[in-house]
Design a protein around this ligand. Sequence first.
Ligand code: AGP
Length: 610
Amino acid sequence: MCGIVGYVGESPISPILLDGLRRLEYRGYDSAGLAVLTDEGVAIRRAAGKLRTLEELVEREPIEGNVGIGHTRWATHGRPSEENAHPHVSGDVAVVHNGIIENHTELRREVRESGLELRSETDTELVAHLIALELAKGCDLREALLRTLGRLKGSYAIAAISPRVPGKIFVARANSPLVLGLGDGENYCASDVPALLPYTREMIFLEDGDLAVVEAERVSIFNLRGEEVERTLRRIDWSPSMAEKAGYKHFMLKEIFEQPRALEDTLRGRLNRAEGKIFGDEIGLSDETIRGINRVLFLACGTSLHASIAGRYWVEALAKIPAQAELASEFRGRDPIILPGDLVVVVSQSGETIDTLLAARLAKEKGATIVAIANVIDSAIPRLADAAFYTHAGPEIGVASTKCFTAQLANIFMLALHLGNVRGAISPERSAAFVEALAKLPQKMHETLLASRQLASSLAKRTRDAQDVLFLGRGLSFPIALEAALKLKEVSYIHAEGYAAGELKHGPMALLDELLPVFVILPRDEQRERTLSNLEEVKARDARVVAVATRGDEETLEKVEDLLDIPEVEPELSPFLTILPLQLFAYYVADFKGTDVDQPRNLAKTVTVE
Ligand code: AGP
């Protein structure tokens, strides 16, 4: 939520800051701004609306300097407007901030009583004022920031500059991501890796409670007690072109078509084809720990939760361990019970979703062993976990998650298979068959995408005026129904629901009429017969039915006007394929409607507020 970028060095500063913001626009896109240290003090440019408005402003009123910070905003406190756009200034200090300051009411009162004028509705402006008040007491900027941080409750990534300390950016984080990028005679900071990819791959991920001082020749990192600390330097292997559209109209479409490659990268080096198993080292669990697991509990939000629901089926089927998948936000809302032998698997593309992070922290405090499945290395959730089992999907820029969903499915499936193998819950022959089938999946995904592209697009054209759409599935197709509905809602703004097909008669059937498009997902598996009966029930109520089924399923084909087909695949692996035409469908509906596909209204890629 919201993006921060900062630069210290000799290169022209505005293009670097604006380019960084463009690469972060997916994190927030209702207003944007820059602050640059110039000979006259701090120069500010801010504009409501998309980044383009700020770019035009900077073209009309250029700024130059060697130290600057930028911000793209996703409104939390205060509507999207120029006054509420960051940076916020108090005295000669300019501040940008991601996150939410929870004790803002108390701080606002204090700032008002001190006689300072509040010009915005934001919590960030309070941070700028608090720093200015500390500076007025005579301390330096680093000390003023440290003292201010001690007053803040909530989450933040903050960057601050002031002409009183030229050549330096001060940054700090708590529950909101912040990364430093190291260059040659120039250094950077940003809230997310893609902003820095064109400039450097040498990065340091700050930890909660870190305060760093970024200068052209060095970076120094301190803890909240002001003591200098060491953080690991990482080399990121994502390339800048991975964060470009590469000729596609939208990132979402590019990322949908990237899935075979993302899956291949995610499986690489993990399939032990000689022994028909998974190389399980990265999962980080000893065989003894695995034998002692009594329950697997998945925690996640949104798309990652849908991948986790598929995981529940796989862990039960392949490892014979009871499994649950829980909404991270709800897990935290009670006093959940963690027992000895609980393995908690925390799934998050960004590794920074605050609800998931706090749920993982709670599970850890209660004594659970935590395995993180994340796409962004060294992000907060894998850092907190006992082991990090990364997906290798590359940067995902579209707000609607697509390639990371199927990459998460891959890691979760491999985890379930590994648990099954270590516990002897699966026969060596069946395990080997799954390993071979996984190796063939990228090619099958490729075929599915090519084969369904046209029909998904023509269905989208016919469905773009629908008010509601229903997706039905049983077993492993249930999380796919949920995910298909979420994709459609997110990007097309059409109301959609994913339902377990067996639940239809318990209420949603009342919705059926000739105007309601219903997608029934019924690949060839042991649920197919029952789902086919549900399909008949839907047809009998005159609803418009589209099936997602296995190629050659004549029986289903006879019953529907349109069938999106997938190649023959092991029933357990069908989710990797059934989701593909439905992602394409959601994309094309949105594109026909002309919505902002990559940056849907009101959403942000990484949700770092509760
Ligand atoms: C997916 O399309 C959504 N944008 C959203 O539901 C997302 O999956 C959710 O916010 C969780 O994000 P995470 O995987 O980064 O934790």
